[in-house]
Structures are given as C-alpha cells and as structure tokens.
Design a binder for this molecule. Sequence first.
Ligand code: GP9
Ligand code: MN
Length: 628
Amino acid sequence: MSKIRNIPLFIIAAILVGIKSYIVYRFYFDLSIESIFQEIILIINAFAISAFFFFLAVWMKPKRQKRYIKYASLIMGLIIFGNLLYYRNFTDFVTIPTLFQVSNAGDLGSSVLSLFYVTDILLFLDVILIFNFANKETFLIKEFTGLFKRRLVVVSLAALALNLTLAEIERPMLFKRGFDREYLVKNVGLFAFHAYDIILTASTQSKRLFADGSEINEIEEYVDETIYKNDRVNSADLEGIADGKNIIYIAAESLQTFMIDAELNGEEITPFLNDLVDDSYYFDNFYHQTLLGKTSDHEFLLDNSLYPLPNSAVYFTHAQNEYHSLPKIIEQKGYDSYAFHANNGSFWNRNTMYETLGYDEFYDEESYEHDDENVFGWGLEDKAFFSQTVDMMKELEEPYYAKLITLTNHFPFDLPEEKATIEKFDSNSNTLNQYVQTVRYLDESIEQFFAELKQAGMYEDSIIIIMGDHYGISAYHNDATAEFLGMDEITPYDEVQLERVPLFIHIPGHDDHQVISTISGQIDFKPTMLNMLGIENENDIVFGNDLFSTDRKDFIAMRDGTVIGEDYLLTSESCYERESGELSDMENCADIQERALQELSYSDEIIYGDLFRFYDFNEGEIIEEEEE
Ligand code: GP9
Ligand code: MN
C-alpha cells in the first residue's frame, strides 16, 4: 500500500484520461487512421493534452489539488461525451458557432435518447476511479518542490511541441487551412481543437463587431464604376439562354489548361474534352483564383463572385456570414441547388457552408455506395461517382443547379494500373508522370457522364459547365513540366500561364461555339450564370463580369499577388508584357497592381465585417438597423 501512496494522483489521472481519450478517438469516433504515423500522433496527442491539464495540479496546495484533479477529469469526460453524442448524430465535432445554432440543437433534441449506448458508462470509468482515489487518498497528494514543478512544465510543453511538430509534418498548415475538423481532432485531439475553435471564433467575431455597414458605400461606388461601369453590360446573345434549363456544373479536380490538346507520345491526353472545345464556348485564358482553401475557395468564388481570404480557408472561418450567393438568387426563378461530392461532408466545412450559401441538399460520401472495386485515390472514383450521381439527379425536381465535384484527379494522382489507358509521362516527377493518367481518367469519366445524361434524357434540358478548380502540378515540379512542354525552363511568367484552368460552357442544341481568349477568371462565373439565366442582378455586389460581355474590367487578380492585365502581367514583383512575356518596367504594372489590391481589400472587408448583413440587395441600399 505504501508503494502506491508514493505515486502522485495527478500522474495516475493523466494516464487514465490519456488512455480513455485514445480509446474514444480510436473506437468510439469513426476517425480514419490510415498509417502507423497517424496512429502514433493520435496516441501522443491523447497523452500530451491529458498530461498538460493534470500536471498543472502540482502548482496547487493539496486541498485544491485534489478538487482540481477530480473536477478536471469530470469536465474532460463530459466534453468528450458531449462530442460523442453530437458526432453520433452529425458525424462531426461541436464548434462554438454550431453550439449557438438553434436548428442543430433542434435536430439533436428529438433523437437524443437514441444516441446513448449502455456501454457509454465505461467512458466515465476513469472519472469514477479518480474520484475514488482522491477521496480515499489512495495516491499521493502533497505540496511539490519548485524544481519538480518546473521539470513537469518542461515535460508537458515538450510533449505538446512534439505533437504539433508531428501534426505539421503529417498535415502542413493544419491550423491555417482548417481542412476538416476530423483532421484537427486526429492530429491534436479534441481539447486542442476546442481551444483552436474558441480562438478562431473570438477573432472573427471581434472583426465583425466593429463593422457597422457604413463601409459598403465606398465598395458600392467602386463596383458601380469598375465592374458595372455605370451601365451594366451583359452579352445580349446569351441573355436568358439558360432560363428554365438545368445547370450542371462539374468541378474538374486539379485540371489545368495545359493538358487540353496536349499529347503524350502522339496521343491526346484528353480526347473527349478536346472534341468538346469544338462544341462549346471554351475559355483558354481563364485563371483559377484560389488560395489556402483550394477546391472550397473555387466554390466560394463561383457562388459569390467574392475573393477567398488571404490567411485562411473562408469556408472554414466565415461560414456563419450572410452571403448573396448564387443558390439564393436563383431560387427566385424556381431553382433548387444541390451539391454532389463523394467525400466526407465536413471536409472544408462544406456541410455548414452549403447551408449558409443556400444549397437545398448535399449528397456527400454517405449518399454513395462504395465497394472494393470503386474506391481508389481519395475515395469513390469518378466513373462510379458520375453514374451514381446521374441516378440521384433523376429524382430531382427541375429546374435545378447541380454542382458535381470530382475527386480521382487529386494529388498524388494514384490510379490502379489496370485502369490506366495512357502511358505515364517519363520524367523525374512521379507526380506529373501519374497526373497524365488521372487526367485521362477524368476525361473518360466526363465522357461517360455525358453519355449517361443522354441516355437518361437529361442532356437536352441542361447546360453543362466544366471547370478546373485549381492547379494540380505545383511549381515544385517545374523541371518536369518544362520537359513536358518542351521548354528549357519555367520562368515566373510561365508559372502564371500554368495557373490557367479550362472552362467549358456547353449548351446542347446551340450551334454557336467559340474559343474565347479574354482574360478571365473564377470571379466571373456568378455574373455570367445570372445573365444566362436572365436574372437582372442590378444591385448585386460582385467583383467579376459576364464572361461574354465586351466591356469588362481589364484585369484578373490572383490571391498570391499576381495580377494579369490586358497588356501587362505582374508576378513575383516583376512586370512582364502579357503576350510576349518580355520583362518590362515595374511602372507599367503599377496601375493594375493598385487597382487589384484595392479590389481584394474591398472583398476582404465584406467578409471580415460580414457586411452583407447590413445590405438590402432588393433595394440596393444599406439597412439602417441590423435585424438579428
Ligand atoms: C476534398 C476535395 C479536394 O473534398 O474537394 O480538395 P482539395 O484538396 O483539392 O481542396
Ligand atoms: Mn481541388
């Protein structure tokens, strides 16, 4: 007995809660642990956090120490348990904003009893033991010496630092980009995730608090003068052409323009899309404008014609804002909006953001059937994805706006050998070598989708838009890319050319087809769609133009500081002649740089201040009092 008495209670508590946390993460939540490395991170974070909290006890006098250890274990137990109940209902973790969302609580209310399992009692075994040990003083509770206390601080901080370092290796920029709550919990544990969420919510809320709507006047003026130029110019030809038709949007994961019409050993890589160029409006000077939020940033651009944020994934950090998004606007024409994407619903916080943006339904991973055959790469492969999606689309009430997000052509571009129908490229970049094969696979998947739409009689009534969401091959692979393109090297100017993504607007039954080389970008999607639907968005605040209009804003701003103007192009602090790529005087880029910075900061201001909550888009004026 006396031996046991020598072990401090706070150590026992740290171990018990550490074990419990690990068991819950591993066996109660459905976290996908894909490697030994991830498993090790999970174990380390469970114990590091538990140690951090219980090691604090040594700074207290024995009586308080006892109480602290007891109640810390109880509170940690309740937090874990609360999350578990929430997870069982929503396959997600609790965040501060969702805690305040009445609709969520309502959803939970009716079914809450069914979320309890008898075995849940085991989750409080550690708490029961700790209370018992504390009350009976089974383990040591005493005042500790200074040196010991300081050593413990060093140990617990070192454990946390180790955890963060490993997490950074596993998922670079985990905190900045957010990605997915599951990733956060897997890498740093539930408690650090909550701390992160509290800090994030506090900082976004404080920026929001200081805004009062008066900022909109200046922005409105800018949009009038620069975007609308005091007279809204839309393309008369296509105005209303999509009215009443289904809008089918395909996000072609990581597809870059340099793949279109490219050949490998004399063979076309994207034969279907190459043919589609001759039967569509095809934009070959169209830029992605995404940053940290990758696919989700492109979705944000498309639905809002606002820029994604410079320091975070806007889908993650500003999903509670008020937006004047495409799904909400087209609802007035009787359109319902749907998103189809066979990935985890909480990835990029889509499940929350889609609701904010006005999507009626999100068909995520759980709506799809997976088997051994149809899962590779990031999950359900694109051909199976399209087939199953067509079946679901048959049930939709028309007209609709359906967004389909593909997945197979995603880094690291893995494809089972027997699925490949083109050779790999041969270079020192395995990534680019494989990319050619997954791009071909994507091309085939889209071809198959068109055939299935036709077969189901859904093709004629639709307008189909295909766009690359962002680059797939980063500058890290420049040598191999240069080899592929038959160039000596890739200069910063060439890198900008490589940021182009293809855009097809395919209108069945419409004879006109053109390759349009206007400098354009994802910011232009929303105004284009609205014009094609014949919706006059007179009071809308957007930063893009109708793609078919002849009087457009004359630059495209990217989020990395690059600006592409009609005559000049600014990138990496150098100015180039846009067409020739010749270096030019910085002065020539000063104007587009200044205007791009201004525009980006207006867009950021709208998002940080949540300014649209102060704006009445019907009247085109500021609402005096905020209604909440
Ligand atoms: C994830 C998919 C890919 O759901 O959209 O995301 P990405 O890494 O391209 O942003
Ligand atoms: Mn993507």
